[in-house]
Design a protein around this ligand. Structure first.
Ligand code: PLP
Length: 334
């Protein structure tokens, strides 16, 4: 990837003249099953621009209550798009068609504040990297479209979902009106994200990209990493998923509180409450043992992530070190 970055052909991206950015955008549009794609610095910017495409100030954004766009984007939906947000409590990051109907179907008059955009997250970060089954996604999208809502897919980790489900990324992406993809997560780029959608919306998105200060200059330097990742880092996500399953299974057997059904992609969440620990204490103990896990939004839950810098040896070491550091031995077999 570093060599691809060094060798990148570049131009002025603000004038749409960077050949590497243009190539990545074309490639990403096809990957995501959309007409056009826009290269952006971050997935947060992609989500925020998408909201402005689907809604006007005073409209309502509906999303699962722990979705990234609601809890981690610093109030962006209100700040950038002037939106009212309605969070729906989901199950493993998914809301149901009935739950959505109950929220968007209740406005009796055209003059009421109207829900105009639904954002779904796949895989779902705070739910532990969980995936949307396609039939459930279809059911929710059908309700959204029946009520005139645009559907945005926060697919920051969409490629993980597609690889885990054994379907083409486009098969999921094409179901939604706009799609965010992050290049700097499992795909392993230093930075970069994609927003994709139909031609007309993406032309508007181009203007929004300038407004957000996200129109860059010789951005081919980083777009080259994106092209490299799409060539080399897609199929290997299955290895990350297998390593996460190996970690989860071994930790569970050693008494570490892991919900095995939740481990669907590259995250393993551990609830440290049954071990009598707090989130911070657990992370500190693990850090002292040489294993880096991170906090989640949940008070007693910490998270391990497998990615291209984590190999089988690292996994085996973590299997050995983590139960001991968390004092999980007494619960083995629980
Ligand atoms: C689901 C989801 N969407 C969007 C983002 C934002 O990504 P970025 O850091 O590129 O802004 C994240 C980051 O963790 C995420 O998990």
């Amino acid at each position: 990837m570093r060599e691809a970055i060094a060798a990148a052909a570049v131009g002025d991206e603000q004038y749409r003249e960077d050949p590497t950015v243009n190539a990545l955008q074309e490639r990403a549009a096809a990957l995501l099953g959309q007409e056009r794609a826009l290269f952006l610095p971050t997935a947060t910017m992609a989500n925020q621009i998408a909201l402005r495409l689907h809604a006007r100030p005073g409209d309502v954004l509906v999303a699962e209550e722990l979705s990234h766009v609601l809890i981690y984007e610093f109030g962006g939906p209100a700040v950038h798009a002037g939106l009212i947000t309605v969070g729906i409590r989901g199950e493993r990051g998914r809301l149901t068609a009935d739950q959505l109907e109950a929220v968007v179907g209740r406005s009796a008059y055209d003059v009421d504040q109207r829900a105009t955009v639904l954002s779904v997250e796949n895989t779902h970060n705070s739910a532990g990297g969980t995936i949307w089954p396609l039939d459930e996604l279809d059911a929710v999208i059908a309700v959204a479209h029946a009520h005139g809502l645009g559907v945005h897919l926060d697919g920051a980790r969409l490629v993980n979902a597609a690889v885990a489900q054994g379907v083409a990324v486009a098969e999921i992406g094409s179901r939604c009106d706009t799609v965010t993809l992050c290049l700097s997560k499992g795909l392993g780029c230093p930075l970069g994200a994609i927003l994709a959608g139909p031609d007309d919306l993406m032309e508007r998105a181009w203007r929004e990209k300038h407004l957000f200060g996200g129109a860059m200059r010789q951005a081919g330097i980083v777009a080259a990493a994106g092209l490299y990742a799409l060539d080399h880092h897609v199929e290997r996500l299955a290895d990350d998923h297998a390593r996460a399953r190996r970690l989860a299974g071994a930790w569970h057997a050693a008494g570490v509180p892991v919900d095995l059904e939740q481990v669907q992609t590259n995250f393993v969440q551990i609830d440290v409450a049954p071990l009598g620990l707090g989130r911070r204490e657990a992370i500190d103990r693990l850090g002292a043992a040489g294993v880096g896990l991170s906090a989640t939004i949940h008070e007693t839950v910490i998270r391990a992530v497998t990615h291209l810098d984590i190999g089988d040896d690292d996994v085996e070491r973590a299997i050995e070190l983590v139960p001991r550091a968390l004092g999980a031995g007494d619960r083995a077999g629980a």
